[in-house]
Design a protein around this ligand. Structure first.
Ligand code: FEO
Length: 386
């Protein structure tokens, strides 16, 4: 059932408790929700976004007692929010879809919406619903080029779609457990928003200058203390890193594991926090979360047919795609008879603008001198952090 946020403003959350993978890439340990919002102005009624097509029945039930709909606002064209627009238009054939100038083309190409059904809103444009006013605010690249926000002026509600969202299935309308939502929102930021950190930095003032009572994202609970999530984003998008080392690795016969364990212990003794991720069992979301703040990434890999292990290549390419603000990178590698595992890894990270600290390459199982080289790497990193 739709739940009231303020007079004539409703929260339509389709909660998917069981979804475990998003975009065929992102693990969802806590499920997710797709939030749409209904605003009944004195003259016009508006639906803000829809839900994932897999939950179309839930949306239909929400709209059962809505006789007339004038507008569907599409803040973001990705199908988990736009996918039910055709269904909603079937029920309300006179409704118009409002989107940003770049959203129009995406809605047509992804959903085959008829062009005449779509009207575009400019940045800063206002839509009067009678006693309520929606203002559209362009906030591109969170995380597609067309994204925009909508601000309900009279009720001080900012609808942000993916921005500030969290993949979290919950019965809460608002954040109740800040620790739980912080982790889920940071995971969401890491996996979806982090590559666009500089766009968020450029546009965050558009949010800061508004008088906001409620931030209403399209995934996870709403924020009735908006500063909680805005402050968290300020921290994540800043250029500041934390003195932590993230170590994604694979070990086939124990050589890399020995190096990694020695490295973790050496860092520990130098007062440096390390996060070790065995990629055979790691939740890549946890790895992504650790990349949000880490000052250093050190990949550990054996050599397999002259290359890094494929799971290490995957993790390194993923890190490159996520563009963390990491300042230092290095490699702990082992080999049997040859190969270029280190060179291949360093070629895979053009997006990470970090200093390469001299890697450690070991033939076979690490000997005493090899472990001294591992300690040298720990020393260098600790001195960078001092
Ligand atoms: Fe929740 Fe980018 O879609």
């Amino acid at each position: 059932m739709a739940r009231k946020i303020k007079d004539n403003v409703f929260f339509l959350n389709a909660t998917d408790w069981n979804r475990r993978l998003f975009d065929s890439l992102i693990p969802l340990p806590d499920g997710t929700s797709y939030n749409a919002y209904l605003i009944r102005g004195s003259d016009k009624t508006v639906l803000i976004d829809t839900v994932d097509p897999a939950m179309a029945d839930t949306l239909s039930a929400f709209l059962e007692d809505v006789e007339k709909l004038d507008f569907i606002v599409s803040l973001h064209s990705e199908q988990d929010h736009s996918g039910c627009i055709p269904l909603v238009l079937e029920k309300y054939p006179d409704a118009k879809v409002i989107t940003s100038s770049k959203g129009k083309d995406l809605l047509i190409s992804h959903l085959s919406l008829p062009e005449e059904k779509i009207t575009t809103a400019e940045d800063g444009e206002e839509l009067s619903l009678g006693d309520k006013t929606l203002k559209f605010i362009y906030f591109p690249w969170v995380h597609w080029p067309e994204t925009m926000l909508a601000y309900l002026k009279e009720d001080k509600i900012l609808f942000t779609c993916d921005l500030f969202g969290s993949h979290l299935a919950t019965t809460d309308m608002y954040v109740s457990d800040e620790c739980q939502v912080y982790e889920a929102a940071k995971r969401y930021y890491a996996e979806i928003m982090m590559p666009f950190r500089n766009f968020i930095k450029k546009n965050i003032s558009k949010v800061e200058e508004l008088d906001i009572d409620i931030i209403a994202p399209s995934h996870g609970p709403m924020y009735d203390k908006p500063e909680f999530i805005v402050d968290a984003y300020r921290d994540w998008i800043s250029d500041e890193t934390k003195n932590t080392v993230v170590i994604p690795y694979i070990s086939m016969h124990g050589s890399v594991e020995k190096m990694v364990d020695h490295f973790v212990s050496a860092l520990e003794h130098r007062g440096v926090q390390a996060f070790k991720f065995d990629l055979t069992v790691t939740d890549i979301g946890k790895l992504a979360i650790s990349l949000v703040d880490a000052a250093a990434i050190v990949a550990g890999t054996p050599t397999l047919q002259a290359d890094p292990h494929p799971l290490v290549s995957y993790a390194v390419r993923l890190a490159n795609m996520l563009k963390p603000k990491t300042k230092y990178v290095s490699v702990l590698a082992s080999y049997g008879w040859g190969g270029k595992a280190i060179e291949r890894i360093t070629e895979m990270i053009p997006n990470i603008k970090a200093e390469l600290i001299e890697p450690v390459l070991v033939k076979g199982y690490p000997k005493e001198d090899d472990l001294k080289s591992v300690e040298r790497l720990a020393d260098e990193i600790a001195s960078k952090f001092a």
